[in-house]
Design a protein. Structure first.
Ligand SMILES: NC(=O)c1ccc[n+]([C@@H]2O[C@H](COP(=O)([O-])OP(=O)(O)OC[C@H]3O[C@@H](n4cnc5c(N)ncnc54)[C@H](OP(=O)(O)O)[C@@H]3O)[C@@H](O)[C@H]2O)c1
Length: 257
């Protein structure tokens, strides 16, 4: 899709990857609707002239109002970037269910609900792109955040189905699978923290701006899946070809000090 002049609705735009997407898509000529809970954060992310929609997107009314205000202002939404998300560390066998449900709500049900609000109009116009920001952890389970990965597997599985459902309507669906990206994500997790061996692996991290650039390029070329950085495909491939080896290695990282 050509981004210039299009309307992009970006969730989780008060910081991190969402804020970087706001800057990247504005540079490409998009008009922006930015949603997150923090009004202050949204103001910081505004590259100029964006519609700011401070809202808790886990609330049905807030979601409806945010989408309605964007359509009232711009007439339509061309690109929906479902980026807001949260993580949690710790063993799944001991994770509090209410916390896990909150994570599922934001990481899976919010993108689904927003898509249900936006897709009918995209289908009618036979144009639009839905971007779901998943994770490399939605392709390869990371045992230090098993339930977060489960939420991203749910998102990835649904995204594949959505792509097939919408293919004949001219609406594209892109799954983004970032590896480690330097943002406030680690500070915002609902629980726990990574084991030391994982912290050391952060030397492979990319910046939020690099991730946003990969997302913008993915939208421009109507890609199906973007892994950022692309070297993440090696891990995905290794886990497909030799799951016992990769899982064994990761289980050791979980226990190592
Ligand atoms: N950073 C990484 O290494 C990494 C790796 C793979 C995938 N990802 C995924 O990338 C996406 C962005 O993460 P990030 O790294 O940019 O993390 P982040 O800096 O913590 O940003 C998360 C965003 O979600 C928003 N948010 C949280 N709860 C919300 C709610 N109830 N309603 C509306 N907005 C809400 C936050 O804003 P408010 O607090 O203002 O609401 C914030 O803008 C997530 O889906 C994450 O799972 C990140």
């Amino acid at each position: 899709m050509r981004i210039d002049g299009k309307v992009a609705f970006i969730t989780g735009a008060s910081g991190g990857i969402g804020a970087a997407c706001a800057a990247e898509f504005a540079r490409a000529g998009a008009r922006l609707a930015l949603a997150a809970r923090s009004a202050e954060g949204l103001t910081r992310s505004d590259p100029g002239g964006a519609l700011l929609l401070p809202s808790d997107l886990t609330q049905d009314d807030a979601r409806r109002q945010a989408v309605a205000r964007a359509i009232e202002r711009f007439g339509q939404i061309d690109i929906l970037i479902n980026n807001a998300g949260v993580g949690a560390y710790g063993p799944s066998f001991a994770a509090p269910l209410d916390e896990t449900r909150r994570m599922m709500e934001l990481n899976f049900f919010v993108p689904l609900a927003l898509t249900q609000l936006v897709a009918p109009e995209m289908r009618a116009r036979r144009s639009g792109t839905i971007v779901n920001v998943g994770s490399i952890g939605g392709k390869v389970t990371l045992p230090w955040m098993t339930l977060y990965c489960a939420s991203k597997y749910a998102l990835a599985g649904w995204t594949d189905g959505l792509r097939m459902e919408l293919a004949r309507d001219g609406v594209h669906t892109l799954l983004v699978c970032p590896g480690y990206v330097v943002t406030g994500f680690q500070q915002h997790v609902l629980a726990g923290g990574p084991p030391p061996a994982v912290v050391r692996a952060r030397r492979f991290a990319i910046t939020a701006a690099e991730c946003a650039r990969a997302i913008r390029r993915g939208v421009e070329r109507d890609a199906r899946t973007v892994v950022a950085p692309p070297s993440g495909w090696l891990l995905v491939l290794a886990a497909r070809l030799a799951p016992a080896l990769v899982h064994g290695r990761m289980a050791r990282m979980l226990g190592a000090s």
